[in-house]
Design a protein around this ligand. Structure first.
Ligand code: BES
Ligand code: MN
Ligand code: ZN
Length: 511
């Protein structure tokens, strides 16, 4: 989809549908009491452009009949609006005007793009008004890109290509154009990066083995000017990555550690950010096998890895002034005659021994070695994203990713980036007491800590390898996959963490 910014009058834009955001009533009702009909109409449309405001008789009727109230993501479409070159005028609900944040704006962009696409529109426009505060245009563009992504790559029905958006035009006043231009470019880059992540997560495990993930990442790197290095089993065995290799040994698909390097031409800091993503291309649980019901979803157990790939591509385009390296340990957690057993003891790269009490707690094992490797290769700050525990969905549901840290100051910086990127995150505690649950009588550490606080003990396990470097862990097990279609998004992979990663690098301030 092409995006452009236009500073011509809205009524002269000729395309399939031009859209205006209209808000919920309270303010209009208030305006109706004190102002004349004209002001009410303008407030009702929230559109500065008089030619669009003229259609407000239509809108007023929609409002009074209750067909359109301005609630978030509601839409209504008028064909052949008078005095407007576009074929259709669409309104989309913006909810309560005072509550509009970039989170809603992103969803409005998605809902609008999905609604107009479903009507067969190919070229659409949106009229920006005073509500388009900084960050809103970026969010709208991201939303439209994210909203039109579908999980139907392997459907053979050719009809799916009939309805496709080709372009989206943002209509603004000349004064705002420059800032909006920058936002638009950033929005397109991050939105498309997030869709790359979703494409990877969407691949089934027979089409995305660890080797194929390495190949896809190499390809992305070659197209983006990033350096890409891939460590194979032999190399990892020389290095001593026993925790990662133990997980991989039950599969005929060999494991890899993928490394992606971004080096700024002018660095404003000697800090070095490591982004680490769990890349389990399929998680059967291993010998501690998962129940059949729902096991098919375990193809998304590489969503952290895919988020790193997507973020690294955006970073290569947006060029933040800090060095960023992506580390992707990737394995398949399978079970064959060579699979590791509950009670096996492995030697991690760090030197710590681990008792594998449950082979289904494999993510932390591969991350442990990747974190140690990042630590030894110049990382000053670490952030990992992993579909690590089912328990995080019990704690937080599907709206917030869980965040954990060993460094409050770094966490605050991460949270500022996540907020600026419109991703929700909630911190869980890391008291010393939880660590005791990981005690093993046979080894330095057990890989599970029992049922209570499962996400926290998983994070504690990682912390043992991250310390003392500032580290933030994102448990994205309950946010990386959307179980039901929304007005602004299809069902399936969400691409969570990509935008936070990108924002963190872009807004980097020296520690
Ligand atoms: N990949 C799973 C976590 C997961 C669960 C991701 C549901 C997405 C949806 C992880 O490897 C796992 O199996 N974790 C176990 C840990 C347990 C054995 C301590 C879990 O959450 O049950
Ligand atoms: Mn598992
Ligand atoms: Zn897993």
């Amino acid at each position: 989809m092409e995006f452009q910014l236009l500073t011509a009058p809205a009524e002269s834009w000729a395309g399939d549908a031009i859209a205006a955001v209209c808000f919920e009533h309270p303010e209009v009702d208030a305006a109706a009491g004190t102002l004349g009909a004209e002001a009410t109409a303008a407030a009702a449309t929230s559109v500065a452009d008089p030619k669009i405001a003229e259609q407000s008789g239509w809108l007023a009727e929609l409002r009074s009949s209750g067909e359109f109230t301005g609630k978030l993501y509601e839409t209504a479409i008028l064909h052949r609006p008078s005095g407007i070159a576009a074929k259709r005028l669409a309104v989309i609900g913006g909810g309560r005007r005072e509550k509009l944040s970039q989170i809603e704006a992103r969803r409005i962009g998605g809902a609008l793009a999905r609604a107009l696409r479903s009507k067969g529109a190919r070229n659409i426009a949106i009229v920006l008004a005073d509500w388009a505060q900084p960050g809103i245009v970026r969010a709208l563009a991201e939303g439209a890109i994210l909203g039109t992504w579908e999980a139907d790559k392997y459907k053979t029905d050719p009809k799916k290509n009939d309805k496709k958006l080709e372009s989206m035009t943002f209509i603004a006043s000349a004064g705002d154009a420059k800032a909006f231009e920058t936002e638009l470019r950033q929005g397109v880059i991050t939105g498309e990066a997030q869709n790359l992540t979703r494409d990877l997560v969407n691949e089934p495990p027979n089409r995305l083995t660890p080797a194929l993930l390495a190949e896809a990442t190499r390809e992305m790197a070659a197209g983006s000017g990033l350096e890409c290095e891939v460590l194979d089993r032999e190399r990892m065995s020389e290095l001593g990555m026993g925790a990662l290799l133990g997980v991989a040994q039950g599969s005929s698909n060999p494991p890899f550690l993928i490394i992606l390097k971004y080096q700024p031409s002018v660095a404003s800091t000697d800090n070095h950010l490591a982004l680490i993503g769990k890349g389990v291309t399929f998680d059967t649980g291993g010998i501690s096998i998962k129940p059949a019901d729902g096991m098919e979803k375990m193809k998304y157990d590489m969503a952290g890895a895919a988020a790193v790939v997507g973020a690294m591509r955006a970073i290569s385009q947006l060029k933040p002034p800090i060095a960023v390296t992506g580390y992707i340990p990737t394995v398949e957690n399978m079970l064959n005659g060579n699979a590791q057993r509950p009670s096996d003891i492995v030697n991690s790269l760090s030197g710590k021994t681990i008792e594998v009490v449950n082979t289904d707690a494999e993510g932390r094992l591969i991350l442990a070695d990747a974190i140690t490797y990042a630590n030894r290769n110049g990382a000053s700050h670490l952030v990992d994203a992993a579909t690590l525990t089912g328990a995080i969905g019990i704690a937080l549901g599907h709206h917030n990713m869980g965040v954990f840290t060993n460094n409050a100051e770094f966490l605050n910086r991460f949270l500022a980036a996540a907020t600026a990127a419109g991703e929700k995150a909630w911190q869980l505690p890391m008291d010393e007491e939880y660590k005791e649950q990981l005690k093993s009588i046979f080894a330095d550490l057990a890989n599970v800590g029992g049922r209570p606080a499962g996400s926290i003990t998983a994070a504690w396990f990682l912390k043992e390898f991250a310390d003392p470097k500032p580290w933030v862990h994102l448990d994205i097990a309950s946010t990386a996959w959307l179980d039901e279609v929304k007005p602004w998004a299809s069902k399936g992979p969400t691409g969570v963490a990509v935008r936070s990663f990108v924002r963190l690098a872009m807004d980097w301030q020296r520690a």
